[in-house]
Every structure is written in C-alpha cells, then in structure tokens.
Design a binder for this molecule. Structure first.
Ligand code: PMP
Length: 324
C-alpha cells in the first residue's frame, strides 16, 4: 500500500518478496519516521490457521502513527489485507509444535526531501517469516540486566509507540548486557532511574506475596498485547493484579524479605519468559531459585493453548483465517 498526500492510501498489491528501491534522501533513512507491529499466525492440530488478537495490532499501529505524524490507516482494511495475504499461500505457515508464522506489518516514510518535517509519502508493507519456538526447549528462565545508566524512553517521548528509534536507543545497552552474559535489559524510568518500565521486547510482571504487579501504562512503555491478555487471564484466575508504579527498591526489599515469588516477561515472541535472575547495581537477585515459577508455567500453558485453538479464550481473541 502506498500513501501520497492528497491521494491517501492507495495501490494495494501482493508481490513476491524482494528488495525495494528507495531514494537516498528518503526520510526514513535520516529521521527514522517509521512504525511497525509484530504478531503471529498459528496452525492448529486440525489444520486451521489462527491469529491472536490482530485487531489490537492495527489499533496500536495507528496509535504509533499518530505519535510519529504518519497518516492513519483504516484498521479493518489493514486486517483484511493481512488475511488476504495469508491466504495466498498457506503452505508457508509451519505446523510443528512451537512454530508459527511471524508477521511484521510496517510503515516507512519514503519522501525524498531533507527538511525535518513529516513525509508526504509512505509505504505500508507486511512481510512474513516462519519462526521456530523462541526457546528450543520451550519455556526457559532468563537472566536480565537492570540498566541504571542508559535511558530508552521518557514520558512525553515515543516510548509507547512501536517505532524504530526506541530500538536503536536500546542497542548499546543490549550489547553491553549480552557481553556480561545477560539476555536482555530491564529499563528504568529516565528521571529517577528507579521505577521499572519494561524489558527490551517484553512487558514485565512480578509476583510478590501472592499478588501480581506490573508497571502501569505511563506513556513511556508499550501497551503489550500479551501484557493485556495476561492481566485478563490473571483476573479470571482470581489473582489480584496491580497496574502501578513499582520501583527496583521495592523489588529488592521483597527479594530480601523472601516475598518476591516470581518475575516474568510477556511478549509476542517469547509469550511468557520467566526471569531467573536480575542484576541490579552490584546485586545479583536470584528469583525462585532460578527456576520457572508455577504461575509463569501455568500462564504459558493457558495462553499458548488459546493461541493454538486447544482451549477457548475470551471472545474475539482468536481470528480464524478463511480457507484458501
Ligand atoms: N515492549 C516492547 C518494547 C516490545 O517491543 C514488545 C514486543 N512487541 C513488547 C513490549 C510486548 O508487546 P506484545 O505483547 O504486543 O508483543
């Protein structure tokens, strides 16, 4: 789909995967005006193809568009385009356990003009790639580095948009954490370097004294679709969920007192990722003996069973692709 000012979004088409040509002055290269989404299609045991809450991805894409001064997309049209694209060749959608088709819708600014102003031309594309399970042996605890130096997002910035610059801003910290043996970074707020935000590509949850706490949507973290789904599932399980500000000091205290029972991240790629260890300042906080917690395990099982059509989830969560 292309966009030209005055003409709107136009020319939808499905073409074979191939490189595209852009002018070297295209605004995406210089000012990072772009947004993207990520979701998965799953093949069920009985051969159906299911998407998980795709409406929320296109809604979030438009929220990102609004923040990046990119023109709004018709959400129904975008979802319809995705369904049409997926019906072109369903053989691409893998069927073995733990595999899925990763779907990456994105928009880039293509106008060739060096002035710092929103582009008047864009391209909306959807690319697809079969993926294996995030972790080879299923769910698996990770070691996370709590970042006290670099800052990724601040209130009023673009932290709650899914835009390239957020990920660029995190690369250096991610690289340094990997060198130290940690798989991802946990970001703290940019002002106090104290309040927990999110992990590189996951939202984060803590179980303290039987209650589950997750940082509130404060304008600088992503409104994760998995986060939203987990909150809903926890409520259905009768577990108290608090969406509020939570500091590293509070986590540290709970760890010292032995009330920090579990921690886990949530996201489309990892689904649920138990956190076995947090490195904060000079402290190594081992959580649940570095093992997958009972709650994280149960949530993983429930969510993947809904996504794979084995059990019924809340109304509207699963969208079935028409047969091609
Ligand atoms: N935070 C960030 C920064 C992310 O990139 C992602 C992955 N999209 C998430 C959280 C999790 O969001 P979702 O559950 O929608 O995949």
């Amino acid at each position: 789909l292309d966009y030209d000012k005055g003409k709107g979004w136009h020319s939808p088409r499905v073409i074979p995967y191939q490189p595209i040509t852009l002018d070297p002055a295209a605004k995406i290269f210089h000012y990072g005006q772009s947004v993207f989404e990520g979701l998965k299609a799953y093949r069920t045991n009985d051969g159906r193809i299911l998407l998980f809450r795709p409406d929320r991805n296109f809604k979030r894409l438009n929220l990102s568009n609004a923040r990046l001064s990119i023109p709004e997309l018709d959400e129904e049209l975008a979802l319809d385009a995705l369904l049409k694209l997926l019906t072109v060749d369903q053989d691409w959608i893998p069927s073995s356990e733990g595999t899925s088709l990763y779907i990456r819708p994105f928009i880039i600014a293509t106008e060739a003009a060096l002035g710092v102003a929103p582009s008047t031309q864009y391209k909306f594309m959807i690319i697809l790639s079969p993926v294996g399970s995030y972790y080879e042996e299923g769910i698996h605890p990770v070691k996370i580095y709590v970042e006290s130096g670099y800052v990724r997002a601040v209130a009023g910035g673009v932290g709650n948009a899914k835009t390239a610059g957020n990920y660029a801003a995190g690369l250096k910290a991610q690289e340094e954490a990997s060198e130290k043996g940690y798989s991802q970074v946990l970001w703290l707020d940019g002002v106090h370097k104290q309040y927990i935000e999110e992990v590189g590509s996951m939202n984060v949850f803590f179980k303290i004294n039987g209650k589950v706490i997750t940082p509130a949507l404060n304008g600088s973290i992503l409104d994760g679709i998995t986060r939203n789904s987990i909150i809903e599932l926890l409520k259905q399980m009768g577990i108290t969920v608090e969406e509020r500000q939570i500091s590293m000091e509070e986590i540290y205290q709970a760890h010292q007192e032995g009330t920090l029972e579990e921690a886990f991240g949530t996201g489309t790629a990892a689904v649920i990722s138990p956190i076995g260890e947090l490195h904060w300042r000079d402290e190594q906080l081992i959580i649940n003996q570095g093992e997958t917690g009972e709650l994280a395990g149960k949530l993983y099982e429930t969510l993947t069973s809904i996504q794979l059509g084995r059990i019924e989830g809340p109304k509207g969560w699963v969208v079935e692709l028409p047969k091609s």
